[in-house]
Design a protein around this ligand. Structure first.
Ligand code: GDP
Ligand code: MG
Length: 433
């Protein structure tokens, strides 16, 4: 029999309420040692006692087997969120035979093992717990709710149907087949291939939502890059000075821009320099700027920065607008002043719309692991399709490829081959999840 496990499910530290979760065959019995067990799934207030000592007055919910997060009999104790209360209750639980503290991710692991969640939902849950922006929240919640599983089920129906039609032609090989099934098989395969291709193309975008974007501020020394970073972030993140070569390390400021996670990089001003430390900063600036998702080239005199590649959609900005009087004879997408804040709003909204555009094709699949599974499935479908479209179709081979495509979908949902992945996925979970 499995151990009954328990852990604090809410964050460590002081809080109004903290939730302790207990899951496993002895969870109701454990609650019963402290209070009377309420009706299932009915939140009830209970005084929790141990050896006649009052531990806390808590909101208590008992869940039955098959009807809880883990799929096991389980209990939630919503207790007062003080360290002393939590410690008192955890100390009682640890003393009950058959109960032990949960390992990181163990509740979720049990949910997976009991079929309450598929593997993509587990990943969605991890992402939802980590979500910092609205786009991340929406995306991870969609995955957690089982959207990938639903899509996979629909694909699987089609694969099964195509496979069954092919099997029928094998069984009837020596007889007359009443109808030619090949057109339907061809249609099914073509639809699947189009769907798989579309999903694969959206993974990169979905990953960008999860991982966020990097936007580098690039320019010669003293053009006002650090001042711009401070203006964008609304705080003094970087030192600014009239001394050229002040910034050396890359300074990162993480922001939420209209629901997207964006990290701005303030970098060393790019120039030839004899100062060894500054030169290291310049090299780092070039490297990070080239690798960023978007660059803002800041200038005060129209200088070009050839050391950093200018990509499509990169932005040019004329800085220190407040110090100019009269006309400026060069083109820039934006005119800004980091000092007065002029033009910063427009720059931010331009950055936002460029990045929003880049995630607009995000599909259901959110991870490289998903992409690999679907890519392999696609290869199998294409091979099956080649067989079917042959002048003399090799039906057995096509059916075999369809089985292989199905297996890749099973891998995606974690129905097979899950053991090797679990360690990696659950390592990102904290205790109590
Ligand atoms: P960086 O080397 O590109 O990071 O430039 P800094 O942000 O350190 O600024 C260099 C100098 O230019 C400092 O003295 C800033 O006060 C000044 N500066 C920066 N932005 C502006 C601006 O928008 N207007 C004016 N008038 N001065 C600025
Ligand atoms: Mg600087």
């Amino acid at each position: 029999m499995l151990d009954t496990i328990f852990a604090l499910a809410t964050a460590q530290g002081k809080a109004g309420v903290s939730v302790i979760r207990i899951s496993g065959p002895k969870s109701h019995a454990a609650l019963g040692m402290m209070a009377s067990v309420p009706e299932l799934r009915k939140a009830s207030v209970r005084k929790l006692y141990w050896d006649d000592v009052l531990l806390d007055e808590a909101l208590v919910i008992a869940f039955g087997e098959g009807a809880s997060f883990t799929g096991e009999e389980s209990v939630e104790l919503h207790v007062h969120g003080s360290r002393a209360t939590i410690n008192a209750i955890l100390n009682v639980l640890i003393a009950i035979p058959g109960l032990r503290p949960a390992e990181a991710g163990e509740f979720t692991r049990r949910a997976l093992e009991n079929g309450m969640l598929d593997l993509t939902q587990v990943e969605g849950l991890a992402d939802l717990i980590d979500a910092e922006t609205e786009a991340q929240r929406i995306q991870s919640l969609r995955v957690l709710s089982g959207a990938i599983g639903k899509k996979v089920d629909a694909w699987r129906q089609k694969i099964i149907r195509a496979g069954a039609l092919l099997e029928a032609t094998i069984d009837f090989a020596d007889e007359d087949i009443p109808v030619d099934v090949m057109p339907e098989v061809k249609d099914l395969l073509s639809e699947l291939i189009v769907d798989f291709e579309a999903e694969i193309s959206g993974v990169k975008m979905a990953e960008q939502i999860r991982e966020g974007f990097e936007v580098a501020i690039v320019g010669r020394p003293n053009v006002g890059k650090s001042t711009l970073l401070n203006a964008l972030s609304g705080r003094k993140a970087a030192l600014t000075s009239e001394i050229a070569g002040t910034t050396r390390d890359v300074i990162e400021v993480r922001m939420d821009i209209d629901g997207l996670a964006v990290t701005f990089l303030d970098t060393a001003g790019i120039r030839e320099t004899g100062d060894q430390l500054e030169a290291m900063g310049v090299n780092l600036a070039i490297e990070r700027a080239n690798a960023a998702d978007l660059r803002v080239f800041l200038t005060e005199n129209g200088d070009r920065i050839d050391e950093v590649e200018f990509f499509d959609e990169d932005i040019t900005a004329l800085g220190k607008l407040d110090s100019f009087s009269g006309d400026v004879e060069f083109q820039a997408d934006h005119r800004i002043s980091g000092l007065t804040g002029e033009g910063i709003g427009a720059l931010l909204s331009n950055i936002s719309s460029i990045l929003q555009q880049r995630i607009s094709g995000a599909g259901l699949l959110t991870r490289e692991r998903h992409r690999v599974a679907i890519q392999n499935g696609l290869i199998a479908l294409r091979l099956a399709s080649d067989e079917v479209f042959n002048v003399v179709p090799t039906v057995e081979l096509a059916a075999e490829e369809l089985r292989s495509a199905s297996q890749h979908l099973e891998l995606l949902l974690g129905e097979v081959g899950v053991e090797t992945l679990l360690g990696e996925i659950f390592s990102s979970f904290c205790i109590g999840k």
